[in-house]
Design a binder for this molecule. Structure first.
Ligand SMILES: C[S@@+](CC[C@H](N)C(=O)[O-])C[C@H]1O[C@@H](n2cnc3c(N)ncnc32)[C@H](O)[C@@H]1O
Length: 216
């Protein structure tokens, strides 16, 4: 079937949805004004839907930024769930803490401050859902660590797998994206070929990978 999706179709579907609440819109505006790379709104809606469907109790995010996706996951996951999220940048940590405080879900969000490459291996127990959204150059490292921390049947969600349109052949890739594009291409192969996962990549936002860990 030929693709029917043009921007007007996305605009039409967006026009059917209620606007998110004031805090979410404020975070979106803050990120847009300062160039903070947060999850696309449509991808955030997909993530919330995955959370509601999978009903995870322990969630882990790698890459908090200002806390946009962490707040959306914590609210979608409900009262019994806890979102643990890892962030390296002091500036992002300060902003995320302010947003968590205002979200009404701050008691269910635990922020780990530091480098995910060190924090992730030290986290105890298995997670039901892991959202990977940190530096693209390290995705392959995080992938292996995340698979270890994900329970069988758990969900792994990964953002930016179309990488601003550069991952697919045919695009003029700016110099500063050469290396990261190669990483994303290698990651996409590894993600879809992994014997540990049933995985797919959806053309939502900047490309969202969704994998379910197989029982061993
Ligand atoms: C794409 S942003 C996260 C956006 C966020 N998930 C959202 O949608 O609201 C990526 C974040 O990962 C953080 N980061 C990059 N490398 C990291 C590392 N090694 N450990 C922890 N955080 C890291 C960056 O500082 C940045 O804030």
């Amino acid at each position: 079937m030929p693709s029917i999706v043009e921007p007007r179709h996305l605009d039409y579907l967006d026009s059917l949805k209620a606007a998110p609440d004031a805090l979410i819109r404020e975070m979106e505006n803050y990120a847009a004004e300062r160039g903070v790379p947060i999850l696309d709104r449509r991808a955030a809606e997909l993530l919330e839907t995955l959370v509601r469907a999978a009903r995870p109790v322990r969630l882990l995010e790698i890459g908090t930024a200002i806390g946009y996706s962490a707040v959306r996951m914590a609210r979608a996951a409900g009262e019994n769930a806890v979102v643990e999220t890892i962030e390296l940048s002091d500036e992002m940590i300060a902003q995320a803490e302010r947003n968590f405080e205002r979200s009404g879900a701050h008691e269910r969000i635990r922020l780990h401050k530091g480098d995910a490459r060190e924090i992730l291996p030290a986290l105890e127990g298995a997670f039901d859902l892991i959202f990977l959204d940190a530096d693209k150059e390290d995705y392959e490292t995080y992938f292996d660590l995340a698979l270890e921390k994900l329970r069988a049947g758990g969900t792994l969600v990964v953002d930016n797998l179309l990488w601003h349109g550069y991952a697919a052949p045919g695009a003029e890739i700016p110099e500063k994206y050469h290396e990261s594009t190669e990483h994303i291409r290698r990651f996409n192969r590894a993600f879809l070929d992994s014997p540990a996962l049933d995985a797919t990549i959806l053309t939502v936002g900047d490309g969202v990978g969704v994998g379910v860990k197989r029982a061993t």
